[in-house]
Each structure stands twice: as C-alpha cells, then as structure tokens.
Write a protein that binds this ligand. Structure first.
Ligand SMILES: NC(=O)c1ccc[n+]([C@@H]2O[C@H](COP(=O)([O-])OP(=O)(O)OC[C@H]3O[C@@H](n4cnc5c(N)ncnc54)[C@H](OP(=O)(O)O)[C@@H]3O)[C@@H](O)[C@H]2O)c1
Length: 204
C-alpha cells in the first residue's frame, strides 16, 4: 500500500520502519525534513507534504497538533488513522479529551467530515510496532472507526505488519481505546511493569 505518515517521532519513526520492513511505499510529512534524513536512508521513505494518491494516512503527531494541521491537508475521502492520545500527567496518565468530545479521534472526525477516521496504534508503546515486525506472535491491535471499507483497509494494513486486527466497533469507542492507552501507560510506568507489556484479547 501507499502510506503517508505524519510525524516521525517515537510513534511515527517505528511505524515507518515497520511499514518499510513490510515493503509498503511510505511518504513522511514532517515540519523539519532535516531531522529525518537518517530515517529516509534507513527505510527508503521520502518526504512529502501531500497525501495525494495514498491509500492510508497515519497521523502520529500530538492530538492538539493533529486537530490544527490535518484539516489543512485536503484529506477528503482518505482513510486517516489517529495514533495520538490526548493525555495529561498527574503522577500517572490522565485522559484529557478536547472540550465537548469524548475522544481526540471524535474531535478529529468532526474536523474532517469527509475523511474516514480510525483510531489505532495508540494502545501500546511506540517501539512495539517495530518489535512486532519480527516477532513470533502477532500483536493484538485494537482499532475503532465508523466506515466498514476503511476498516477493511486498515485490517489489511495491520495484518501485513504482523498484527492481529481487532475491530472494537464504531468511532465512539475511540474513547475506550484512549482509556486503554491510560491503562497501558499506567501499568508500564507508574505501576512498574515496564514498556514490554502488551494488552491482549484471549479466549473466544
Ligand atoms: N510514545 C509512545 O509510546 C506512544 C504510543 C502510542 C501513542 N502515543 C501518542 O502518539 C503521539 C506522538 O507521540 P510520540 O511519542 O511519537 O511523540 P514525539 O516522539 O515527540 O513525536 C512527535 C512528532 O510530532 C511532530 N509534531 C509535534 N508537534 C507538531 C506540530 N504542532 N505540527 C507538526 N508536527 C508536530 C514532531 O515533530 P518535530 O520533530 O518537528 O518536533 C514529531 O515528529 C502522542 O499523542 C502520544 O500520546 C505515544
């Protein structure tokens, strides 16, 4: 697939590496291209400020920044994955969604009415995207969104990254995924389990 990743920090960088590992064609949208020159060499990705012609856009910039930037990018008709978590920190993570919305993703969808917003890549540590690429066991990857076709595309993309896509239903459940991020971060950090932990769905 052709995938445009916005942001190349901890989350974006690891997703870009995993996408390259799976032979996807990757473009990167960053405000400071000099910062990603090593990543471009490593992955074969290219910098682009446009998402024209891509199958999927993955936004890995902070929630508030995504709400400012994405409406300027002409994303009508695009599948837009939101990996951000609108969080504060009070001795541990606290969910802090935009006023009037239950989740950052819901606010993003309101700002991008003609795009198909999917919440994904937000319930595990950034490094897991890359670790999973060569792991024996696929990563359970919960996602949520309203459009069936967009979800089918995202499922296919996640499967190609050695992830098991688990559909958590409509985009209103993005709030649940952002709360699960609180759970992951709390366990990994304040509770001391470490960043190696993963949330999994067992049985069934
Ligand atoms: N870290 C994790 O393990 C993890 C896991 C799941 C979800 N998340 C969520 O994912 C988001 C990103 O986390 P991260 O750890 O990847 O952060 P990060 O390492 O600080 O990277 C943030 C990226 O966003 C860009 N950015 C920041 N503000 C921007 C703006 N106003 N306009 C355009 N680009 C901007 C940065 O560009 P510059 O380099 O130019 O500053 C950088 O590429 C957060 O919402 C976080 O809660 C994080």
């Amino acid at each position: 697939m052709k995938v445009h990743v916005i942001g190349a920090g901890n989350v974006g960088g690891n997703i870009i590496r995993a996408l390259a590992h799976a032979n996807h064609t990757v473009t990167i949208g960053v405000r400071n291209p000099d910062k990603v020159s090593d990543l471009l060499t490593e992955t074969g990705a290219t910098v682009s400020q446009s998402a024209e012609g891509v199958d999927v856009v993955i936004s890995t910039i902070p929630s508030a920044a995504a709400q400012d930037l994405l409406p300027t990018l002409g994303l009508a008709g695009k599948v837009v994955i939101d990996a951000s978590n609108p969080l504060g920190w009070e001795g541990g993570p606290v969910h802090n969604p935009p006023e009037g919305f239950t989740s950052g993703a819901a606010r993003l969808q309101a700002l991008l009415p003609d795009a198909y917003v999917i919440k994904a890549f937000n319930t595990f540590g950034a490094e897991h995207s890359l670790i999973t690429a060569s792991a024996e066991r696929p990563l359970d990857h919960l996602f949520a969104g309203d459009n069936a076709e967009a979800k089918a595309t995202v499922s296919k993309l996640l499967s190609s990254l050695n992830m098991r896509p688990i559909d958590l239903g409509p985009l209103r459940n993005a709030a649940t995924l952002e709360h699960l991020a609180v759970a992951w971060i709390h366990l990994a950090m304040p509770a001391g389990w470490g960043r190696g932990i993963q949330l999994a769905v067992l049985g069934g």
